[in-house]
Design a binder for this molecule. Structure first.
Ligand SMILES: CSCCC(=O)C(=O)COP(=O)(O)O
Ligand SMILES: [Mg+2]
Length: 250
């Protein structure tokens, strides 16, 4: 059992609270299949027109026709590019899939109990995923264990925090939570994300589920196989934070 003191736990989603294969083999292909038809049906909505403009800006191609925008989103999806406009439209498409009963958010069996235990102990629970904030809320709203979204205190995504491999994103999240960096704990299955959190002065622990083809440990990080192998204790308000490494505050 790994024991840590933290006021807020920040959770990655894919590979940490839920299965990598569910995201890659169910959610991504669902959005990819629906993408062209969905854009054609919803293309006149202001939110979709704004999204198309954000794709044009990202590509620096202001005159790109709607078909070209749809092709760019499809190409990002095929290459699993973590581009915010793709993540936003995937979330909109999944929302319809959840509402129609075609999709369900996958969480591992220990997750509901662990989230409840953290809530009871006064530990904040936040998610930070490349998936859009709306997609993250829907994921927890529609699990096989019922609606768990009420156990998540805040949600961060690429729009609100930035890229998950950039230490500045973790500094931005720390500022919003008001928690000192040393009292924040990030859990993820990806070493580069954990590295970025550590560079921002956070505590970080890897999560690698049994049978993961990448192996049982996240390179360079202490790793647990499930969230219930971690005991998180809330530090007293006066307890000193772990000393911060020398990082720029910009
Ligand atoms: C329900 S969130 C969908 C996950 C997603 O779109 C993704 O790209 C995975 O990102 P994560 O940061 O959760 O590993
Ligand atoms: Mg992940």
């Amino acid at each position: 059992m790994t024991v840590l003191d933290a006021g807020v736990v920040v959770l990655d989603i894919e590979g940490t609270t839920g299965s990598l294969s569910h995201v890659r083999e169910v959610l991504f292909p669902y959005a990819r299949r629906e993408l062209a038809g969905w854009l054609a049906r919803h293309g006149d909505e202001p939110r979709v027109r704004d999204l198309m403009d954000s794709v044009r800006r990202e590509l620096d191609r202001p005159g790109l026709e709607p078909d070209g925008v749809a092709a760019a989103l499809a190409a990002w999806s095929d290459a699993d590019v973590k581009a915010a406009p793709l993540k936003t439209v995937q979330g909109w498409i999944w929302a319809e899939g959840y509402a129609a009963g075609h999709l369900r958010g996958h969480v591992y069996p220990e997750v509901p109990g662990v989230l409840r235990a953290w809530r009871a102990a006064g530990i904040g629970t936040v998610t930070y995923s490349s998936g859009s904030a709306a997609a993250q809320r829907d994921w927890f709203r529609h699990t096989g264990y019922g609606d768990l979204s009420g156990l998540v205190d805040a949600v961060f995504d690429l729009d609100s925090a930035g890229a998950k491999t950039d230490p500045a994103s973790y500094r931005a999240i720390a500022r919003v939570t008001g928690e000192r960096p040393g009292r924040l704990l990030f859990l993820s299955d990806v070493a580069a994300e954990l590295d970025a959190a550590v560079a921002a002065g956070w505590q970080a622990v890897g999560v690698r589920r049994g049978g993961d083809p990448r192996g049982p440990a996240v390179p360079g990080h202490r790793t647990v196989p499930s969230l219930d192998r971690l005991r998180v204790r809330r530090p007293s308000p006066s307890a000193p934070s772990r000393p911060l490494p020398e990082v720029s505050s910009s």
